[in-house]
Design a protein around this ligand. Structure first.
Ligand SMILES: *Cc1c(COP(=O)(O)O)cnc(C)c1O
Length: 355
């Protein structure tokens, strides 16, 4: 089989989907399945669908387009604040977008009119992570402005934590959304249908019963596709983490010293390398590099293999301590984090194989 490749276990992904969906539906929370972590690769999207996901979200319009052209039914959410330069495609390929700039929302309205389509907006509220969103004190004014834009339906509020600032989700920060919804109803007499209260990092609140009541939507990617919660540094209980594995091939196997010979300058990426002298070691070079993935974040399945580093096209392993047999042409397996999966799925040099 071709190398490097990702081996994608669709059945495990379907089961993860079902698990997350069940956790959320216990509190009447609908799940928008986020597909950006795997470039909306259609076989995985279909596994989401079989697991019960009926709404899909992605940060890239190219991926949303792939969903529509691939015949995936259901509402499509654009989950990154749109660029002014892409509003035409936003209207074309998505039904709902997350927004924080009234200027962009007005441009979406003009475009919706042109294409004679309706478009819904979820207004993002910054509850402290300091990535996207309107500050809570400005929400009422902005919602009022949105409600006056023709062809634009104000659908609700959203929040995002655990991304830029690493802020953990809490009862308090999810309650901000619920209180704002009440205020919008009182002051503006507008219905707030959706309170999109989190991503994978927020699942812990549901599990612990600490989510503000009234939140009715989660946008989940990582927890489904790989069963982890990076922000909370945990595995989701009952979920599979080995849904996607990387396989790379040995192209050189030799005993070499552990310290380079000659004056040391910078490596191929401008860093000053540092080496420990462990004598002569058995080293394997794999055909895989930084162009495909952040090498340091890969986890060899064989825990006795040590990652030494690499360059744009080479990954160098110390296999001296392993009990396994090594040879040129051997395939080495790695498990992935969300970040490594994301970049490997994006690399066109990596084959994707469904099992
Ligand atoms: C990526 C993203 C999500 C999904 O996050 P996961 O951690 O993968 O569940 C949800 N909402 C927004 C706005 C995002 O950018």
């Amino acid at each position: 089989m071709k190398c490097p490749r990702l081996e994608i276990n669709l059945e495990k992904i379907r089961k993860n989907t079902l698990l997350i969906k069940n956790i959320c539906s216990k509190q009447n929370i609908e799940v928008v399945g986020i597909t950006k972590g795997f470039c909306a690769f259609l076989p995985i999207v279909r596994a989401y669908y079989k697991g019960g996901i009926k709404k899909f979200g992605d940060s890239r319009l190219l991926n949303l387009r792939r969903l529509t052209e691939g015949g995936i039914p259901g509402e499509k959410y654009l989950i990154r604040i749109p660029m002014l330069s892409e509003v035409s495609d936003v209207i074309k390929w998505s039904d709902v977008s997350l927004n924080s700039e009234i200027e962009t929302i007005k441009a979406l309205g003009i475009e919706a009119e042109k294409q004679n389509k309706n478009h819904s907006i979820i207004l993002m509220v910054d509850v402290g992570d300091l990535r996207e969103g309107v500050l809570p004190e400005n929400v009422i004014d902005v919602v009022k402005s949105i409600s006056m834009v023709p062809k634009i339906n104000f659908m609700g509020l959203g929040l995002n934590v655990g991304c830029f600032g690493g802020v953990l989700p809490s009862f308090e920060n999810t309650m901000i959304l619920v209180n704002l919804a009440k205020a919008i109803k009182q002051v503006l007499d507008l219905e707030v249908d959706i309170l999109s209260g989190g991503a994978t990092s927020g699942l812990i609140l549901i599990e612990k019963g600490e989510l503000a009541p009234g939140i009715n939507q989660f946008r989940v990617g990582e927890g489904i596709i790989i069963g982890t919660d990076t922000t909370g540094e945990r595995n989701i209980k009952g979920a599979y983490q080995d849904t996607v594995k990387l396989v790379a091939e040995v192209i050189e196997l030799k005993k070499k010293p552990s310290v380079p010979i000659g004056e040391i300058g910078r490596d191929g990426f401008g860093n000053k390398p540092h080496f420990e002298n462990n004598g002569i070691r058995l080293r394997a070079i794999l055909a895989l590099g930084r162009q495909d993935v952040i090498l340091e974040k890969l986890i060899p399945e064989d825990s006795r293999i040590k990652l030494l580093g690499g360059s744009s096209d080479h990954l160098i392993l110390d296999v001296t301590e392993s009990n396994n047999d090594f040879y040129v042409g051997k395939e080495i397996y790695f498990t992935l984090s969300y970040g490594t999966m994301l970049s490997l799925m994006t690399s066109e040099y990596v084959e994707k194989v469904c099992i």
